[in-house]
Each structure stands twice: as C-alpha cells, then as structure tokens.
Design a protein around this ligand. Sequence first.
Ligand code: CDP
Length: 236
Amino acid sequence: MSKTPSPKIIIAIDGYSACGKSTLAKDLSKKLGYAYIDTGAMYRAVTLFFLRNEVDFDSKTAVATALNKITIGFVNVKGKNRTLLNGEDVEEEIRKMYVSQKVSPVATISAVRRAMVAQQQKMGEQKGVILDGRDIGTVVFPKAELKLFITASPDIRTQRRFEEVQAKNQVSTFEEIKANLLERDHIDSSRADSPLKQASDAVVIDNSNLSKQEQLGMVKALVKERIKQVKKSSKR
Ligand code: CDP
C-alpha cells in the first residue's frame, strides 16, 4: 500500500529587522523542499524602483502609477534566491544602506502593501511555502498552520547584520546599522496599516543565544508536529 503524502503547510515567520528570519527560512526551505518567499525583498525592490524613478511617496497618483510598472519575481541561481525587479537581478542593490533607509517609510503606504500582499497570497495559495516578513501571520496568511515570531537582542542583530555587510565589502559602521535597525523596528511596529506584531497563536523564539543549527532543530520539530496535526484532522 502506498503511503499518503504529507500534507503541505504554510509557515509564516515574522519578527524584527535582522533577527535571522531569512536564514531560518532558507535553511528550512532546503530541508522541506518548500518555496521561500522573502517578502522584505519585495518591499525593498519597490523602494529601489521609487528611488530610481524619483517617485513622490506622498502622492497617491504617483505611487499608483509606479506600482503599475513594477513586476517582482524570484529566481534560484546556483541554489541562491535572487530578487528580480522588472526582470533585472537587484538582489545586491536592494540590501544596500540607501535602500534600507527608505524601505520602512515605503512599507507604510497602504497601496504598496495591498499590491505586495495580493502577490504574496497568490504565490502561497498552493501551500508548501515559507514566507518571512512582518505581517505574514497577522495579515497575509492569518490561517497559516505554523507561525513563528523571532526576536533577538538589538546588539546581536546589529552584529549579525554588520558581519553580513562586511562580507559583501560594503561600508557601514556598527552604529549606522544599529540606528537603521532600531528606526525600522519603530516605524514597522507603529504604522497604522499591518504593523509588526506577534500573532496570538505564534510560537516565539528568542534566538539571541541559539546557534543556527539549534534554531533549525527546534523549528523542524515544530513543523513535524504541525504536519502530524493537519494529517490527523484531515482524516476526521
Ligand atoms: O532583512 P531585514 O530584517 O533587514 O528586513 P527585510 O525583511 O528585508 O524587510 C525590509 C523592510 O520591509 C522592513 O523593515 C519593513 O519595513 C518592510 N516589510 C514589511 O513592511 N512587511 C513585510 N512583510 C516584510 C518587510
């Protein structure tokens, strides 16, 4: 008798800036064979387009016109996720400080959020996906089978981002990175539309003192448990 395949679930990972959500999401997507959707990259790509085209963030018409000209996609090149803005690989560009400094104001704009959320919901409708961001468990997929809320201390987050930035030979000081993370946390948590907050049914993981492997191990166990529950309830 053939074994029934495991049901596919949606995994929502939310949390503060640079707390290791994308590292966890990427590792998990490899282990599970799930697609990974980096929703932060989508807001960064929109921001890059707005900056390049000098779009006035405060003009509803300018924002709507610009959004109509934007197509965002993801491709996997040699096992690595790359973000495409109108077909151009912008993976490196969107991580630079000048984009990080404008992305949170852009992400407060409701028209931008509506466009991104609609695309994310479409990309995830088949399940078997992991999305990381700020509003995944609360707004994008409020019925996700597994919701995680990740935190870590500001200094640890800054140190991790500082090391990533140095590895790319970009010039940003520890202080500059910390100020940007704290500013984004503040804007993201206090905006009116879809603020960053913990979903009531999310599992909270503070990874300040966890290695990547320890965190992955914990989350793999949670995924296994949730898939078992989904299997059980679908038999009822
Ligand atoms: O990687 P990092 O933690 O620095 O940030 P990110 O995930 O690339 O997200 C960049 C910014 O996009 C955040 O600071 C938010 O302003 C915005 N964002 C959002 O509003 N909603 C999401 N679902 C994902 C990101």
